[in-house]
Design a protein around this ligand. Structure first.
Ligand SMILES: [Zn+2]
Length: 235
């Protein structure tokens, strides 16, 4: 009775079986399944969950670079605040406002499709780095790039892993450059940005444990990574 006074909700229970010699524990009930109480179990119950999208494996691949993956996720969902998206917020402003042109080339509008990577500036970078990921004939068009990656989304090969992180890094640095131009009026030459992208992918490769086989060894050679360069703590 003391328990029922303390926790009136217990009155709703038909019958309480008290098992001696067994400690009470708090559990989380989600529909019919009962699990331990943890932040992840609670989050999985309260969050809205939809069917898994095909591109999730490209974005959230193992050993991705988290800040690049997050940006890639925003691009896939078209959530970056490019001018085309901002203008959609307020249709009435469209009448009075012209869409800002792309500050990297001044030849087109600032939009997802244009920045990744149809823009003259972006295309130059993409055409320069793509061969490092074996994507020689993939045009600087987001749809084509995603299609290429989707065809290989279930592959666990090291070369496909490189393709995913290289595409994410390229998009990330182009978005950074677009913002640097917009807010600080600074932009680095495409060659310099290519080198930064390649270096960051290379450093990542140096830190990731890849199961060695002939293809992996060939890939590491192509990226000029010696066995001694690689750290052993994964990452
Ligand atoms: Zn442009």
């Amino acid at each position: 009775m003391a328990w029922r006074d303390l926790f009136p909700v217990l009155i709703q229970l038909d019958q309480v079986h008290v098992v001696d010699n067994k400690r009470d524990s708090i559990q989380w009930k989600d529909g019919d399944s009962v699990s331990e109480v943890s932040a992840s179990n609670i989050w999985n119950t309260v969050r809205y969950s939809d069917l898994e999208v095909g591109w999730s494996k490209i974005v959230w691949c193992a050993h991705c670079i988290p800040r690049h993956a997050f940006l890639l996720w925003l691009i896939m969902r078209k959530k970056l605040l490019t001018q085309d998206i901002i203008l959609q917020w307020d249709l009435s402003r469209r009448k009075n406002m012209n869409m800002m042109c792309c500050l990297l080339c001044y030849e087109n509008h600032d939009s997802h499709e244009h920045l990744f990577f149809e823009c003259k500036y972006s295309a130059k970078i993409w055409n320069n780095v793509r061969q490092k990921a074996g994507m020689y004939d993939v045009a600087p068009k987001w749809e084509e790039i995603v299609e290429w990656l989707l065809d290989r989304a279930s592959s666990k090969s090291a070369s496909n892993y490189v393709s995913r992180i290289l595409v994410a890094a390229t998009a990330y640095f182009i978005w950074q450059e677009r913002n640097a131009k917009l807010f600080k009026n600074q932009v680095r030459p495409p060659d310099q940005l290519c080198q930064i992208i390649i270096n960051i992918v290379r450093y990542k490769l140096m830190g990731v444990r890849l199961k060695r086989n002939d293809n992996v060894l060939k890939l590491l050679r192509e990226w000029e990574i010696q066995d001694g360069d690689r750290s052993d703590d994964g990452g």
